[in-house]
Write a protein that binds this ligand. Structure first.
Ligand SMILES: [Fe+2]
Length: 247
C-alpha cells in the first residue's frame, strides 16, 4: 500500500491494524489501480458489457423481459457515445458553424453518463452477497447511523428524482453521501465516486411494476449485491482525497 493510501485510511479512523489495511486496499484485492486501463493504454472505443448473469430468474424482482429491454437501451448509449466522440474529435474548430458541435457536446455528457451509470447499476445487482461487511459497513454506520438510514435516503431520492439516485464517496470530505440526478447529465456531482447506483427512470421498472415505483425501489434494494459496492469503495479509498482534491 502506498503511503498516501495509508494516510487516507488512517484519516478515516476506521481501521486499526496493519492487517486490516492490507486486506482493504484496492491493490491487495488484486485490482488494477490504474482505473481499469491496463498498461496505460487508453481504450480505443467503448464496448458494451454483458449482464446475462442477471437473467433466468437470478434476480427476485426483475423479469428477463424487463432486463433485456434495459440492456438494449444501455447498448444504445454505448453506440452513441462512440459515434459522438468520433464526431467531436474530427470537428474543425476553425469552422464558425458550431450548432451541431454544441449538440454533440451536450449529448456526449448524456450518453457517457448514461452508459457508465447503467454499468454501475447492473453491476450492483445480483443474487449473492446480501450481507454488509467490513469498511463499507463501518463507513455507512459512521455517515448514516445505519444501513436502513442510507437505504431510506437512497429510496427517497429515487422516488422524487426522475434520473438516478446514487450513494458515493465524496473525495472532498471523505464521507459517503446520497445524490439525486434528474437526468444523466443534470445535477451531476463532481469529485465523488459512486459506489451504489439506482436507476430511477421509468424504463427501469415499467414492464414489471407499471407505475408502482415503491415496489420497484423495494425490489431493487432486495436485489443489491453488496460485494461490488464494497469493491468500489475500496477503489475510491485508494485515491487521495481531502483538501488536495481542489488544489
Ligand atoms: Fe436505465
Amino acid at each position: 500500500m502506498k503511503d498516501l493510501d495509508r494516510r487516507n485510511f488512517l484519516k478515516l479512523g476506521l481501521l486499526s491494524t496493519a492487517a486490516a489495511l492490507s486486506t482493504n486496499s484496492a491493490n491487495a484485492s488484486g485490482k488494477d489501480s490504474s482505473g481499469g486501463i491496463e498498461n496505460g493504454k487508453p481504450l480505443q472505443k467503448y464496448l458494451a458489457k454483458k449482464y446475462t448473469n442477471l437473467l433466468g430468474g437470478a434476480l427476485k424482482g426483475f423479469s428477463d423481459k424487463q432486463l433485456t429491454a434495459h440492456f438494449a437501451l444501455y447498448e444504445g448509449y454505448i453506440t452513441k457515445i462512440n459515434d459522438l466522440e468520433a464526431r467531436i474529435k474530427s470537428f474543425d474548430t476553425n469552422n464558425p458553424d458550431t450548432i451541431n458541435y454544441r449538440g454533440w457536446h451536450l449529448d456526449q455528457t448524456s450518453m457517457l453518463n448514461g452508459a457508465v451509470l447503467h454499468e454501475l447499476y447492473f453491476g450492483n445487482l445480483g443474487a449473492s452477497n446480501k450481507e454488509l461487511k467490513g469498511t463499507l459497513k463501518k463507513m455507512i454506520n459512521r455517515d448514516f447511523g445505519s444501513l436502513e438510514s442510507l437505504i431510506g435516503h437512497l429510496k427517497t431520492v429515487g422516488k422524487i428524482f426522475h434520473g438516478w439516485s446514487l450513494a458515493a464517496l465524496n473525495y472532498r470530505t471523505g464521507k459517503i453521501n446520497v445524490y439525486g440526478l434528474e437526468r444523466h447529465n443534470l445535477n451531476v456531482p463532481t469529485m465523488v465516486h459512486p459506489i451504489l447506483v439506482l436507476d430511477a427512470y421509468e424504463h427501469a421498472y415499467m414492464i414489471d411494476y407499471g407505475t408502482d415505483k415503491k415496489k420497484y425501489l423495494d425490489a431493487f434494494i432486495a436485489d443489491v449485491d453488496w460485494k461490488p459496492v464494497e469493491e468500489r469503495l475500496e477503489q475510491a479509498l485508494s485515491i487521495p482525497f481531502g483538501e488536495a482534491v481542489t488544489v
